[in-house]
Each structure stands twice: as structure tokens, then as C-alpha cells.
Design a protein around this ligand. Structure first.
Ligand SMILES: [Zn+2]
Ligand SMILES: [Zn+2]
Length: 265
């Protein structure tokens, strides 16, 4: 592990559209490298998910903001390790009630891949992911970083959100939609006027995770049917690149017919 190089920068950003910034962690294994989104409003800014928490996220986010003194909210889509690692760096923390317990008290986690539960590793392989690296990272965030020092503190929610709630940042708003199956309290955001869906891990353009004790396939199928009916123009997923309506329908159909074929739904 001492052989790992030091990363030039831990986080990377891109701006898919005005007022929206995508933040990623390129030195985290693709399975655990989640998308984070910074959304600018007139009154508030929002960060959707906070990655693995390997390096401080807040300084990177604040450097991207035209006015770092503007209040921020942090929305956690679900409490898988790759989505809320830096949640404690934000003062206003929203999550679905079903995931609030894990947000406050996450299970212990390590960057050493050999410590992952075997059922999870099998689920990754069955889904079609490349084998894990020995560590979940392929570089260090800074000189002298000891991967064994990795801790995942979590932080209590300061509020909860459920289906139908509206997130209003001033000049930008979207509705919370409940997307269970991948995890019980997973949420996304749906902005009807632009056809924009922030779908978390319910749908993204890579192997979806559904085969294992932590997943609920019938609930997941209902979620994909719900997404399939949305007049989506663009989907910003929890992983991988954004995609449009036709690809959204293709992915939904692929998994629904797979599960039907296996007699799971
Ligand atoms: Zn994820
Ligand atoms: Zn997940």
C-alpha cells in the first residue's frame, strides 16, 4: 500500500450544464466512485451525495462556488459507503427517514478490499464489474496518507425528506422521489420543467446492483417502472455518465426482462 502514488488532485469536476457541477473521485475503484452534484440556486446551494470521504470535500466544493458564504444543504440519496463519506462536513443534512440511522451511525468501513463482506464481492462480480483492487483506491490523497487511518464518521440528519417533498433552492426546484430496491430509503430528485432526473443508484449507465441479500428486487422493479414512465430528457445517475430518454428506457427494459426471466418479479 505504500507503493500507491500521490494523486495530483483527489476530486475532479465538470459542468454538464449552467448551475450544475459534477464532482467525481477518479482514484476510487469504479464500483465505489460515485457521482456528486453541486446545484446552484439563488438562495441556497445543494450538494447531492459526498463520495467516500477519503479526502476533505468541503474545501473543493467551496472553491467551485461563486459565493462560498451562501448557505448549503447536503442531500444524501442513500447510505451506501460511496455516497455519504463527507456528510459531516455540511451543516444541513437531509436523508430519507429509512436511512437516517445509518447516516448518523455508519457501519465500520475500511479501504482494504479484503475486509468487504463476501456476499457484496459476489454481487459486484455477478453484476459484471471488474475485480476489486487490493485497496479501494489507486492513489493517496496526499503525501503520508495512511489508508488504514480511513474512518467513516457519518453525522445525524438535521431533517428528513420523503416522496413528494420539494427542494427549493430559489430559481431551482425539484421534487423528491422515493426509489427503493437498491436500498430501502433511496431517494432521487425529479425536475419536471427540464425533464431532469437525479436517479442515484436506482438507474445509471453501468451494471446495476440487485443480486444479493441487501437488495429488494420486487421493490426495485416498481422503481424502474416508475422511472420508465417519467418524461425524462436527461438522467444524472449515482455513477457513470448522464444519458437520455431512450437509453433510460433501454436500461429499465433490460433489467425488468432479466428479472422476469428469472422469476423474481
Ligand atoms: Zn453507489
Ligand atoms: Zn448504492
Amino acid at each position: 500500500m505504500s507503493a500507491l502514488p500521490v494523486a495530483k488532485a483527489w476530486y475532479r469536476s465538470a459542468s454538464p450544464s449552467p448551475g450544475l457541477t459534477l464532482i467525481t473521485e477518479p482514484h476510487v475503484h469504479p464500483i465505489f466512485s460515485a457521482n456528486m452534484y453541486l446545484v446552484e440556486g439563488e438562495d441556497l446551494e445543494m450538494i447531492i451525495d459526498t463520495g467516500m470521504g477519503v479526502a476533505p470535500l468541503r474545501p473543493f466544493v467551496d472553491a467551485l462556488r461563486p459565493d462560498p458564504s451562501k448557505p448549503m444543504i447536503c442531500l444524501t440519496t442513500h447510505t451506501h459507503v460511496d455516497h455519504f463519506g463527507a456528510v459531516q462536513e455540511f451543516d444541513t443534512r437531509l436523508v430519507h427517514p429509512l436511512e437516517a440511522g445509518e447516516l448518523a451511525t455508519p457501519p465500520a468501513y475500511s479501504l482494504d478490499a479484503s475486509t468487504l463482506p463476501q456476499s457484496l464481492v459476489e454481487a459486484f462480480e455477478a453484476a459484471g464489474y471488474a475485480p476489486l483492487w487490493p485497496m479501494l483506491i489507486d492513489a493517496l490523497p496526499h503525501e503520508g496518507y495512511d489508508p488504514r487511518s480511513y474512518r467513516f464518521p457519518g453525522a445525524p440528519a438535521t431533517g428528513t425528506v420523503t416522496e413528494g417533498d420539494v427542494i427549493d433552492l430559489g430559481g431551482w426546484k425539484a421534487e423528491v422521489i422515493h426509489l427503493p430496491g437498491h436500498s430501502p430509503g433511496q431517494i432521487g430528485l425529479w425536475q419536471e420543467e427540464t425533464g431532469t432526473l437525479f436517479s442515484a443508484d436506482a438507474i445509471y449507465d453501468g451494471p446495476l446492483l440487485w443480486d444479493g441479500p441487501d437488495y429488494d428486487v420486487p421493490a426495485y422493479a416498481e422503481t424502474l417502472r416508475k422511472i420508465r414512465e417519467l418524461p425524462v430528457q436527461i438522467v444524472h445517475g449515482g455513477h457513470d455518465t448522464a444519458f437520455g430518454h431512450a437509453r433510460m428506457q433501454e436500461i429499465c427494459d433490460e433489467y425488468l426482462s432479466l428479472w422476469e426471466g428469472k422469476g423474481l418479479i
